[in-house]
Design a protein around this ligand. Structure first.
Ligand code: HEM
Ligand SMILES: [Ca+2]
Length: 633
């Protein structure tokens, strides 16, 4: 029957793609310009070279959904686990596009291809995330997981609102010395390793609707491009506005080889930490090798990303400005060989990787875990550079809870506290130095889910917004992630730790406070039902770490893989000159602040509030004294 199912799947896939294209053209299906969430779920276009991949993925998806109806769960699971036939693919997938690499090319590609010479596709933009173990869809292929009893999991928005209320009442009250600059830098890193892939059509859109513009109900124009979240009429916040529906867009999978296996989502960035979201998919420089820059140093791809706060632009702008600064310096050298743009790009990426691995990660993980994790690896060409599906839709989103209600804006030496949502709109009305200076002074929020993310995220009128943790939970469930305790066992196995079983809610006391255990017992049927997103509520932590234990273990695995599988990682990139190596040692955020902002005093510890500062002029003077190094990059 396989070939009949395949034919049927192909027809369904083509029909869906055609209908998506039609809907992208029809304004009834699109979120309108006057609506608060215009742009929030924006979709990229399916480009000419990507057509076939998208269609094959969708065909296989339809095929697997048919199998889910015809086969028993056990049979289907064995098939997708590869236990019946190795590497089985659909017949429509014959013929693979070959990428030819030049092993002597001294520079990275822009899409990540050819970083691994034996597997040119590894880490490339458009590749699949990875399932470290089989997902837990209730029908094995696509339907959301259910509770042990078979009942649906707790209702999304209700669970999040009640969790927010619980944390307000009895959550931990400690404060942190980490600042929001660090969070926006982490967001920059995140956007470099994971690119969102909402389901696409051939023309880009600012988002497809699932809800009516007034939010009071689902829209008549709901389609496969949207999957709106329900809100109860008794909702403590949205109830009074009559909002019963929140927009939400499902994401695209990536199975371009039509494999019969568990299929993860598509990553629209290269996985490598190569500033791909800043540099873009193809080189784009002026005649001198400089990046054309917009407000706060935004490159064109950064200008086109949404939803983003002006801080995110300003942080990535520090790196694009470094690129251009380098081009200016190299231009003054008596002789220079090779592409100036590419050598400055390699330097900029080197500085950025150094900050991530030598400054950010030790601070997040604490010394013990940092040393335990084995970041001192050598280049490993045998492992694929990929981000895991569970990290992306579960523990990797943990830093969202650090977002506060208000962020400081330090204009002409005076601090104003402004609500979060303001920074997402009219970016050009913000002064970039004041924005960054404010982020340095704003401590992260710990232990609470603030109204600015639970009710008013991305609002334009200060009242009606969307619910970011609800979107996170919806992503967790949509992508079929297995429960928290399953993931915990998986990590424990890797870390060589002992595992215990969780049969009763009481058993959770090793990782949750007694009050939280109570909360969970009131909402879930069984401890084994709790969603992995709540790994962020783990109260255990490694000594000196700034993240909960399970989250930091998860992040460790990802960052270790991204480093050790990168042939051009700055510590072993043979194509960096002596000047570049030296500059990478010298340049950090203190230097970038001194060079590219108007601050009189710049922080020595840029990720901490109230850290020590030094006069920017002194830093600049020192940096000028090493300008000669640019001639040897
Ligand atoms: C103020 C800072 C941040 C804002 C406003 C923000 C906002 C968002 C938004 C709107 C999404 C898309 C949600 C969806 O449709 O699935 C998202 C996704 C995500 N965020 Fe954040 N985020 C921030 C910081 C961070 C940080 C610091 C991290 C962790 C390093 C992070 C990790 C993620 C991950 C893993 C995803 C899913 C992948 C993706 O869609 O890019 N975010 N974030
Ligand atoms: Ca990248």
């Amino acid at each position: 029957m396989f070939s009949a199912y395949e034919k049927e799947a192909f027809i369904k896939a083509v029909a869906e793609l055609l209908s998506n294209d039609e809907r992208a053209q029809n304004s009834n299906y699109r979120i309108g310009e006057s609506e608060f969430d215009f742009g929030f779920f924006q979709t990229k276009a399916i480009l000419a070279g990507e057509d076939l991949d998208v269609r094959r993925t969708l065909t296989t998806d339809k095929f697997l959904k048919t199998l889910a109806k015809k086969l028993g769960k056990c049979e289907l699971r064995n098939l997708l686990d590869g236990k019946c036939h190795a590497n089985r693919t659909l017949s429509c997938c014959k013929g693979e596009q070959q990428i030819i690499c030049n092993p002597y090319d001294p520079y990275r590609s822009y899409d990540g291809s050819c970083n691994n010479l034996d597997h040119p596709n590894w880490g490339k933009r458009g590749s699949a995330l990875k399932h470290p173990f089989a997902p837990c869809y209730s029908d094995v292929v696509s339907k959301p997981a259910r509770s042990k009893s078979g009942a649906p999991l707790p209702q999304n928005r209700k669970l999040i609102v009640e969790l927010a209320e619980f944390l307000k009442q009895s959550g931990p009250k400690e404060s942190s010395s980490l600042n929001m600059f660090m969070v926006f830098f982490m967001e920059t890193v995140n956007s470099d390793m994971i690119g969102r892939a909402n389901k696409r059509a051939h023309c880009p859109t600012k988002g497809f609707r699932g809800c009516r513009a007034d939010g009071q109900d689902r829209s008549a124009f709901v389609s496969t491009l949207s999957n709106p979240l329900r809100v109860s009429p008794n909702d403590p916040y949205y109830g009074m506005f009559g909002v019963r529906c929140l927009n939400f867009s499902p994401q695209e999978k990536a199975n371009d080889r039509c494999e019969l296996k568990h299929v993860p989502e598509r990553n629209m960035e290269s996985s490598y930490l190569d500033l791909s979201s800043m540099y873009g998919e193809v080189p784009h420089y002026d005649a001198n090798g400089k990046l054309p820059l917009f407000h706060c140093g935004a490159t064109e791809p950064i200008t086109n990303s949404e939803p983003i706060a002006v801080h995110f632009i300003a942080v990535s702008g520090l790196f694009s400005k470094l690129h251009n600064y380098c081009v200016d310096r190299v231009g003054c050298c008596p002789q220079s060989k090779g592409s100036v743009a590419e050598r400055c790009r390699a330097l900029t990426i080197g500085v950025y990787q150094k900050i991530v691995y030598e400054q950010l990660l030790p601070l997040l993980f604490g010394e013990e875990l940092y040393n335990l994790a084995g970041f001192n690896c050598e280049y490993n060409p045998y492992e694929e550079c990929a981000v895991s599906q569970v990290y992306k839709n579960g523990p990797g989103r943990f830093p969202h809870v650090w977002i506060p209600d208000q962020l400081a804006y330090k204009y002409q030496g005076k601090t104003q506290w402004r609500p979060l949502n303001e920074y997402f709109h009219n970016h050009e009305s913000f002064d970039c130095t004041s924005t960054l200076a404010g982020a340095l002074e704003t401590p992260i929020e710990t232990g609470r889910l603030v109204d600015a993310i639970v009710h008013k995220f991305y609002t334009t009128d200060g009242q009606r917004g969307t619910c970011m943790p609800c979107i996170d939970l919806a992503r967790n469930r949509d992508s079929g992630l297995c429960p928290l305790v399953t993931y915990k066992h998986f990590i424990e196995q890797i870390a060589g730790e002992e595992s215990k079983c969780y049969n009763t809610f009481e058993d959770l006391k090793d990782m949750f406070s007694p009050e939280l255990v109570n909360f969970m017992a009131q909402h879930y049927e069984h401890p084994g039902d709790i969603d992995v997103l709540f790994s962020g509520l783990d109260r255990r932590a490694y000594p000196g770490a700034n993240m909960p234990k399970l989250v930091s273990q998860s992040a460790c695995l990802e960052f270790k893989r991204l480093k050790c599988t990168d042939r051009f990682f700055y510590t072993w990139n043979p194509n960096l000159g002596e000047g570049a190596k030296h500059l990478i040692e010298i340049l950090d955020f203190t230097a970038l602040y001194a060079l590219f902002t108007e601050m009189d005093e710049v922080p020595l510890e840029p990720f901490l509030v109230d850290g020590p500062k030094v006069p920017a002029s002194e830093v600049r003077k020192y940096l000028e004294s090493v300008d000669y190094l640019y001639c040897q990059i």
